[in-house]
Design a protein. Structure first.
Ligand SMILES: [Zn+2]
Length: 230
């Protein structure tokens, strides 16, 4: 199997983030304008005068960005992403913890748009079982970037993969976990998603996120059965 190096650093704002609600575009009001032939009513907004409103966004507060390596630090961050991020509030909490998902979120004047990121989280979640991934025909990623880096000393080359943002990195991590035959499952007791298979500490066909939940599930069922007995 080809060895490759994943190079990825990302940034967090230690001052935190704020969730800005969407702003609806202001309705266009026809107004009189002076022209050379006299005053006339402008009936349609011009391209520059049109107000397009603002989508819901997460903006950073403007502290000095702190650099870190998400993939080295968290070996199943993609799981947290697709399990946890289901709406604006949970995305906001994810960003506070791990930083924004794209370059826009790093730029103070733009901010991270909420809606497109939720589509990604949903799409990853919908592929998080082996059957679903097979049904989807696998996974095709546009990025991350690939590079062949010369190793001068050994006169060889190394394949290097550089995700361009955190979203890219999460998809790459997701693809790697899927390739390693690691399954994402929902715990039958608590409903949390967990990873199972080689190297995860849980068997591939495990039904519970941890042994105590297996015990709790069965004792709950036993007491329910006992209650239901005539
Ligand atoms: Zn559980």
């Amino acid at each position: 199997m080809a060895e490759f190096l994943v190079e990825f650093e990302w940034f967090k704002d230690p001052s935190g983030y704020e969730l800005l609600e969407a702003v609806a575009p202001r309705p266009w009001v026809p107004k009189p304008v002076k022209t050379i032939v006299g005053e006339m009513m402008m009936m349609e907004p011009g391209l520059l005068t049109q107000d397009s409103g603002q989508p819901q966004k997460i903006k950073r507060k403007g502290g000095e960005l702190k650099r870190y390596s998400p993939l080295d630090k968290y070996n199943s961050l993609c799981l947290t992403f697709c399990q946890y991020v289901q709406d604006a509030k949970s995305l906001f909490e994810f960003v506070n913890e791990f930083g924004p998902l794209t370059q826009y979120g790093l730029e103070q004047e733009y901010g991270e748009e909420v809606a497109p990121i939720l589509v990604h989280a949903d799409s990853m979640r919908s592929r998080s079982t082996k059957t679903a991934l097979f049904d989807a025909g696998g996974l095709y990623l546009q990025s991350p970037r690939l590079a062949l880096i010369p190793d001068e000393k050994n006169k060889t080359f190394r394949l290097q993969i550089s995700p361009k943002n955190l979203l890219d990195a999460l998809w790459l991590q997701f693809a790697q976990l899927c390739q390693e035959n690691i399954a994402f499952r929902t715990c039958e007791y608590c409903g949390d998603l967990f990873s199972a298979g080689p190297g995860t500490g849980r068997r591939y066909d495990a039904k519970f996120c941890k042994p105590p939940h297996q015990v709790a599930f069965h004792s709950r069922r036993r007491s329910k059965t006992a209650r239901d007995m005539p």
